[in-house]
Design a protein around this ligand. Structure first.
Ligand code: ATP
Ligand code: MG
Length: 266
């Protein structure tokens, strides 16, 4: 089990290989005028170079957690350290650099910039960082070739299929050599076969580069590749075993069959 605790009941245990450590992190949103704690004093670590999968019902807080790790949103309290740096105490300009240099993100709806070509989308983070453009283009093209899209380098995103756009987004997430790759429902907008291809490429490219991947998903297709699985819900993030996930799935199947039989009888 990974060292996951909640509500500070167990003292945090740090491993030398942890890339991310969250301590007593809370995030509350106002919902219909009432404060709703989405994450409530969560303490957990994500080991470096591993595949971490976040499961949980819709609205449980998976995206909230990813947004905090990616420096898109700020925790109300608690600390988050990434590679030993406390991102919760960074200034806005430090956070901008953190997002640009250290994080690669893959979203459900691709989020490519429509007016830029595929290659320009991929090289943008490094270009903003003042990197050598020729070198950035060369490494971006090599990655585009790996996902079979080097011939689309000069195309605009709108001329690509959803699966192709997501392959570009995967390349964009990795091209600037980030510390951490965050993926929020990366296959949520794709059909089964396309989703499988995209997932395989995401895993291949991330693991080949030795990166840490944290994926929020409703799909269980990624579970065979997961090193750690967590259930997000009721304010907490709890590591669970794959067996627990499968047992839950079997229980759901049994319930569905019972309901079907009841409906047929009535
Ligand atoms: N900016 C916001 N303002 C108010 N409430 C928010 C905001 N962002 C998220 N929430 C609420 O926080 C809760 C967690 O949302 P979150 O998007 O993290 O869930 P999720 O697990 O990613 O769900 P899904 O599986 O549907 O993507 C939800 O109840 C949501 O309505
Ligand atoms: Mg979400």
């Amino acid at each position: 089990m990974n060292d996951v605790q909640h509500n500070g009941e167990i003292p945090p245990v740090r491993s030398a290989q942890d890339l991310v450590h969250m301590e007593h992190v809370s995030r509350t949103y106002m919902q219909s005028g009432t404060p709703q704690p989405v994450l409530d004093r969560c303490t957990l670590s994500f080991a470096e170079g591993r595949v971490h999968v976040l499961l949980g019902r819709s609205g449980s807080g998976k995206s909230t957690l990813l947004n905090l790790l990616g420096g898109i949103d700020a925790a109300d309290s608690g600390t988050i350290t990434v590679a030993g740096r406390d991102i919760t105490s960074m200034t806005e300009s430090e956070l901008t650099l953190y997002r640009r240099r250290d994080i690669g993100t893959v979203f459900q709806f691709f989020h490519l910039i429509p007016t830029l070509t595929v290659l320009e989308n991929v090289t943008l983070p490094r270009e903003l960082d003042g990197a050598d453009l020729a070198a950035s283009r060369q490494s971006a093209l090599a990655l585009l070739q790996r996902v079979g899209l080097d011939d689309k380098a000069d195309s605009l995103p709108e001329t690509l299929s959803g699966g192709e756009q997501q392959r570009v987004a995967i390349v964009r997430a990795l091209a600037h050599d980030p510390l951490l790759v965050l993926a929020d429902e990366p296959t949520g907008n794709l059909d089964g076969t396309t989703g499988e291809t995209v997932l395989r490429l995401l895993l291949e490219l991330t693991l080949d580069a030795g990166k840490t991947l944290i994926v929020a998903t409703h799909s269980h297709d990624i579970l065979p590749y997961a090193d750690h699985v967590y259930e997000v819900g009721d304010g907490s993030v709890r590591e669970i075993s794959i067996d627990e996930v499968l047992q839950h799935e079997q229980e759901l199947q049994r319930k569905t069959r019972r309901k079907q039989q009841e409906l047929r009888r009535s």
